[in-house]
Design a protein around this ligand. Structure first.
Ligand SMILES: [Zn+2]
Length: 294
């Protein structure tokens, strides 16, 4: 019997061009899957039209191709998956694991953590706006392949969170979980800025009867004062860089040491043969070198 193939994915939102931070996630997820003879899928998370930048989905797909990152199979657009998200919300409502909420932003506490006001029914005189997921009480723990053991009390850190917004759009957390399951994803490799979302996603997976994939949260750039340094990097599109230089920089950021002077093809071949996730640092203070936009 063949072992289950590893399936990884890269899932950018079309809110701008591919930047260094998203390239790092693309390279890490690609190598983790492909170096194990697995599949690498591309999903465009276009379910929040007000935040999207026209044309950026196409530019992201083209840039990935130019950088030698070619997905296995067709690109999945979340905008084509609305019926599946509604089905999942209906299933949670039926099971009593979600409920309509009448609260508006001004009804929420400053912490943003929902107090469960509508859990047992909408207050008289109010009408439903959003749908919230009932977070279970208790600790949620998972073992991240880079960050180690992560424990969280979703009840305290998030509270019952929105899965369908008042404007009718589906929340990121729900769509990610439904699509990772739909695409058979076995490993989620992404930036550590999404680490906080993971326990909410695991709660949803359990409620929907899905398997939980393996997680690997890659470092984000941290400055000396502990803040994310990626502002310039987030806005500096890789589109302006020479492909082999951009990929090499991403590999170095991930703790890999490619030899100098390789062509793009040879660089990928080297990376597939030599990828070592144990060398990926947990956090990254600054960059290996600072010539990104040179
Ligand atoms: Zn409410």
């Amino acid at each position: 019997m063949n072992p289950v193939p590893k399936i990884g994915r890269f899932a950018p939102s079309p809110t701008g061009d591919l930047h260094f931070g998203s390239l790092v996630s693309a390279v890490g997820s690609y190598l983790e899957a492909k170096s194990a003879s697995g599949l690498w899928l591309l999903r465009i998370e276009d379910i929040d039209p007000p935040r999207e930048v026209a044309g950026s989905a196409g530019r992201i797909i083209n840039d990935l191709h130019r950088l030698g990152l070619n997905p296995d199979g067709p690109v999945l657009f979340q905008s084509s998956r609305i019926a599946a998200y509604q089905y999942a919300v209906d299933k949670l409502l039926e099971k009593g694991l979600a409920y309509p909420c009448a609260c508006s932003r001004k009804d929420l506490p400053e912490s943003g953590i929902y107090a469960g006001t509508c859990r047992n029914g909408i207050p008289p005189g109010k009408s439903p706006r959003s749908i919230r997921f009932c977070v279970d009480s208790g600790i949620c723990t998972f073992n991240d392949n880079i960050q180690g053991i992560v424990s969280d009390l979703p009840e305290n850190s998030a509270g019952d969170f929105v899965i369908r917004r008042a404007d009718g759009l589906f929340a990121y957390q729900l769509a990610v979980v439904v699509d990772d399951h739909f695409q058979g994803v076995t490993q989620v490799v992404r930036g550590a800025d999404l680490l906080d979302s993971t326990t909410r996603q695991i709660c949803l997976q359990k409620a929907l009867g899905y398997e939980t994939p393996d997680y690997m949260h890659l470092p984000v750039v941290i400055s000396g004062d502990g803040k994310k340094l990626s502002k310039r990097l987030r806005t500096d599109p890789v589109i302006r860089q020479e492909p082999a230089a951009a990929v090499k920089q991403a590999l170095q950021f991930l703790g890999q040491n490619p030899p100098a002077g390789l062509s793009l093809n040879d660089l990928w071949q080297w990376a597939l043969e030599n990828w070592n996730s144990h060398q990926v640092p947990r956090v990254r203070f600054g960059l290996p070198n600072e010539d990104l936009s040179a």
